[in-house]
Design a protein around this ligand. Structure first.
Ligand SMILES: [Zn+2]
Length: 479
């Protein structure tokens, strides 16, 4: 049978506030275990939570940027469950009345644009972290709990089940991350867990409306894992359905070593958590004036920036979408174009070479040794004939590895183009002497062979020969 995947995402984004959501403890990453804690986030009896206003502002920013309605009076709720890293025995979250509702994000897949609905964005506190000894190296027979993360502010964004493929899933997540990062409310770092994603997936026969039973893939922390896990899960569910079996509603984890998803536990339903309004917190009321103020302060968002790059620099929608994948990348592009105004060429070099060097990881842009000045200068040196296009790639590679400006790298590595007629003629003479058959064929009328000779000369000069000059000298010599 032909099945259609139905996918929805729950994304937890850690907000970039300096202090936690209900106490004044620092959110600094990398502190000593339990250093950033106080009676409130330790869940000691008799303390009261006090809401951090910045957290609310950030959630409203996220809501406005994703076309959500902002709830004027939202309510905090207790989500009850027991776990060692949750000292209160409940997590403060929002349930019936979340702060943002009913929005959408536009994604591009190929040349197609599509809107993915957003059901809700709600505020909540993070839990702590349990650290377990590796079974093989157990020394103390213990697990530890670090509560530095307990009480750090999160927004959870739940999408509608509008996503239909792994490609769309990744496009949605990338666009959402770009929006959060451009708003300055989340660093978007998936490896460090600032952005965590649960993927719900079910299958239904193509052409039918009714949703199938879903599995939840928990804690997906890289785009590659999401693609692989979805491919696996689509296959697994299709085989079960084809065999006439039923899908179990459950939470599964991606095991990257084995390349499979594994059952973790049966999926809880909302009623398992016995949600109820938190009696320690008043309803959260936000005024129209404040919302308008926040709206006015929003920066240029990825979609608007993409449209502007298409308009101002005549870029293709495809190139513009890639270049607006992060604020660092679009800034790199715009700064480079200021210095070297051929936008299409700059876009190609950034997309094909620069992104390859940083392995497509835009969070590495801030720390890379290549600057827009370096890229612009390198392209100018190609235009001036100092280096060829292929040597320019080497130059960027060397700058990336060990720094230095392009001219210094060219001098240090001896990469300047050889335009010395004498040196090139010597190389040509050797090549002609070593290839009498090809020379005869060329002279017999097979002029396409000129490319073969040019290639050999380039090889002999390690790509540094001036191609135009080589061509001319070869034609003279071969008659
Ligand atoms: Zn605290």
């Amino acid at each position: 049978m032909n099945y259609e995947p139905v996918i929805g995402l729950e994304v937890h984004a850690q907000l970039l506030t300096e202090t936690k959501i209900f106490c004044a403890c620092s959110t600094r990453f990398g502190s000593r275990p339990n250093e950033n804690t106080c009676p409130v986030c330790l869940g000691l009896p008799g303390v009261l939570p006090v809401l951090n206003k910045k957290v609310v502002e950030y959630a409203i920013r996220a809501g406005l940027a994703t076309h959500c309605a902002i709830t004027r009076k939202s309510v905090f709720a207790r989500k009850n469950y027991f776990y060692p890293d949750l000292p209160k025995g409940y997590q403060i979250s929002q349930y019936e009345l979340p702060i943002c509702q009913k929005g959408w994000i536009e994604i591009e897949v190929g040349t197609q644009k599509k809107r993915i609905g957003i059901t809700r964005i709600h505020l909540e506190e993070d839990a702590g972290k349990s650290l377990h000894e590796h079974p093989k190296t157990r020394q103390h027979g213990a697990s530890w709990v670090d509560l530095n993360r307990a009480g750090v502010a999160l927004i959870e964004t739940v999408s509608e089940p509008d996503i239909r493929s792994a490609e769309e899933t990744v496009a949605y997540l990338k666009k959402f991350r770009a929006i959060l990062v451009s708003l300055g409310i989340c660093d978007g770092n998936m490896e460090e867990g600032s952005l965590r994603c649960d993927v719900n997936i079910s299958l239904r026969p193509v052409g039918t409306e009714k949703f199938g039973t879903r599995a939840e893939l928990k804690n997906m922390n890289s785009f590659k894992h999401i693609e692989k896990a979805l491919a696996y899960e689509i296959n697994r569910q299709a085989s079960l359905l084809d065999a006439g079996k039923t899908i179990t509603q459950e939470t599964r984890l991606w095991n990257d070593d084995l390349g499979v998803t594994e059952s973790m536990r049966s999926k809880e339903e909302a009623f398992d958590y016995r949600y109820f309004p938190d009696p320690d917190l008043l309803p959260l009321v936000v005024s129209d004036t404040w919302i308008t103020e926040i709206e006015k302060s929003l920066p240029e968002l990825p979609d608007a920036m993409r449209d502007r790059l298409i308009r101002d620099y005549q870029l293709t929608p495809y190139d513009a979408a890639i270049l607006t994948g992060s604020r660092d990348l679009s800034r790199f592009f715009e700064q480079s174009v200021q210095l070297y105004p051929e936008a299409k060429k700059v876009a190609n070099w950034i997309i094909n070479e620069f992104l390859r060097l940083i392995e497509g990881d835009e969070s590495r842009i801030a720390g890379t040794k290549i600057t827009p000045q370096h890229l612009a200068k390198t392209l100018q040196l190609v235009d001036a004939g100092t280096i060829s296009g292929s040597v320019a790639k080497t130059v960027l590679q060397k700058i990336f590895e060990s720094g230095g400006g392009p001219e210094a790298v060219i001098a240090r590595e001896g990469l300047a183009q050889v335009s010395d007629t004498g040196a090139l003629e010597a190389a040509i003479a050797e090549i002609i002497a070593a290839n009498p058959d090809q020379v005869a064929k060329y002279k017999g009328g097979n002029e396409k062979l000129i490319g073969f000779f040019v290639g050999l000369v380039m090889k002999k000069t390690q790509g540094r020969g001036n191609p135009g000059l080589i061509n001319k000298l070869l034609k003279d010599k071969l008659g």
